[in-house]
Design a protein around this ligand. Sequence first.
Ligand SMILES: Cc1ncc(COP(=O)(O)O)c(C=O)c1O
Length: 375
Amino acid sequence: MSAIPFIDLQAQRRRIASEIEHAVTVAVEGGQYIMGPQVRGLEEQLAQFAGVKHCIACANGTDALMIVLRAWNIGPGDAVFVPAFTFAASAEVVALVGATPVFVDVLEDTYNIDPKSLEAAIAMVKREGKLMPRAVMPVDLFGQPADYSAIEAIVAREKLKLLVDTAQGFGATIDGRQTAAIGDAAGTSFFPAKPLGCYGDGGATFTNDGDLAELLRSIRVHGQGTDKYENVRVGVNSRLDTIQAAILIEKLKIFPQEIEMRERVARRYTEAFRRSNRVKPPHVIEGAQSTWAQYTIQVSDRDKLAADLKAKGIPTAIYYPTPLSHQKGYAHFPSAGTPVSDRIAKHVISLPMHPYLDEATQDRIIAAVLESAGA
Ligand SMILES: Cc1ncc(COP(=O)(O)O)c(C=O)c1O
């Protein structure tokens, strides 16, 4: 049987190949390879899509988060609360600015930050008195919005900044709100495998705060002032390529439909797995629309499942095998305890997920999963 791709980027490419090739040609012929007009155009379209006043494109999702922390002067002695079960970049950006990531546990069924664990971590930091709590960075893991109504109440009470890591969740909504519109700022990634991905690295920050937007625009280009060679602060080099912006403009046109297509795939998986008591499908919270960056289940023996599926030409992936709180580079940072992250990291396994997964292929995957799990 033919091998199934984990994410079929080529199916999307075939659909809009001529539009993308035209857009790239226009960008190349235009000759403004860095910060060309397509970058500004994309920023406006993304801001409008997300319902946010300002969008600042940059080189990748890691920078999109990091430059916000820099703009807020978060640094040595400051604590930023991040989930333990996430991609390294979420905590990396905190450490990169010299601040301390404090690990918070996640919820078993949504994989997102646990508001109760967040409260416990904030209380721990305040009690110890060594670090100043400054910000919370929830992650929309696998595309699902975190529980923002609970998180917003905590950050308001504790007077903390809220920076949303929606690298995996751009386009997701909760109670009709786009995740990029939540908090004081949000950062996303356009890494190729992301639901809205370009053909290289890319990222963007979103905020309704005009002063912050101005700072971010300066920091992204070497702390530039009003003139190109005026440097009013220490910044970074984090620009989005014009070609990538041109590609993203074309992809954004079909993005809302692609989210619906992903939802259809996810719903079929969940309906099938609900009938089994050996496969735990992901739970989506009330009022939330995930972008399904990943479709991640839990099983008791995931090594067996991965091997059985591989033998049938079905790829799987493990996001994430080790919580950050136990990674060598991060284990020395404080944590309020992450028992749920520790447990689920041993059982999670992600299945092929993309908008162009046809029903026959999906049925093949579902049958293989159920057979392997013994359901
Ligand atoms: C949760 C999360 N945060 C941040 C990032 C960083 O994005 P990038 O790879 O574009 O730097 C990623 C990307 O994989 C991510 O998954």
